[in-house]
Design a protein around this ligand. Structure first.
Ligand SMILES: [Zn+2]
Length: 260
């Protein structure tokens, strides 16, 4: 690290759990962020400010005037611009050292697999089930840790699925794809602005610790936040042996398919 880096990251380096070694690991890390909306905004800001070496931003959407209430990486002047380009500009102002790749695309499963293979960690900051299930499957296939966040109205949640571990549950164990869970959208039901800040910031915190090898936090846990009563509940998740994505039968089918 040069003198400027030692100064920029000095408050991290002072922490016993991080030090020069931990900061060095961040500088050499690569994170994929899916979605640059309410959750992706604070997550990307903190990861860039903290000195994560490379951030790949993936979002096909453009900045809408109604996003500005909570998507704090975007500016009034960038309404109409691609979200990833708008985010990239803000991140560059905060920390020009960070390599920031902007992908204005909706990644299909093949592209997701490719992008995830190149990343150390994936943050799911998307706002729909289709993307969440696709990201979950691709992270499991690539055995990459997934930091998953969601927020709607006054309720939010964060989980870490560390697929480097054989006993890790997956997103589908928690919310099976075939269940009839209703998809609520911010556009129709509303969302409390600071809630997405809380959840996205928790995702950044979990990602940084995973990158530095600090094995303490939300791996295999679900943190539920109720921002109205300000209740925070942490519960344990377990792998569902019958899960259609990570269960024994699913893994055997996956391996059989891979061996052909
Ligand atoms: Zn599962």
């Amino acid at each position: 690290m040069n003198d400027e880096q030692l100064m920029r990251y000095s408050r991290h380096i002072l922490l016993q759990e991080i030090g020069v070694e931990g900061q060095q690991r961040l500088l050499q890390s690569s994170v994929l962020i899916i979605g640059l909306g309410g959750l992706g905004s604070p997550a990307a800001l903190y990861l860039a400010a903290s000195g994560v070496g490379k951030l790949t931003l993936c979002d096909h959407d453009t900045v809408d005037f109604s996003n500005l209430q909570r998507q704090i990486i975007h500016r009034t002047a960038t309404v109409g611009q691609s979200k990833v380009v708008s985010a990239q500009a803000t991140l560059h102002e905060i920390n020009p050292e960070v390599e920031c790749v902007a992908l204005p695309i909706r990644a299909d499963e093949a592209r997701l697999n490719e992008l995830i293979a190149q990343a150390d960690i994936v943050l799911d900051c998307s706002d729909n089930f289709v993307t969440r299930y696709a990201v979950n499957r691709a992270c499991l296939a690539q055995r990459k840790p997934l930091v998953s966040g969601a927020a709607i109205q006054f309720h939010g949640q964060v989980s870490v699925f560390d697929f480097r571990r054989d006993d890790a549950p997956c997103y589908n164990c928690l919310f099976p794809e075939d269940s009839e869970a209703e998809e609520l959208r911010c556009a129709t039901t509303g969302v409390f602005a600071p809630l997405v800040g809380i959840i996205g910031t928790l995702q950044a915190a979990e990602a940084l610790k995973l990158l530095m090898g600090i094995d303490r936090g939300l791996s295999g846990k679900l943190l539920s936040v109720n921002a109205l009563d300000m209740n925070i509940l942490r519960s344990s998740l377990s792998k569902d042996p019958a899960c259609s994505v990570c269960g024994e039968h699913a893994i055997r089918t996956l391996e059989k398919r891979a061996s052909y």
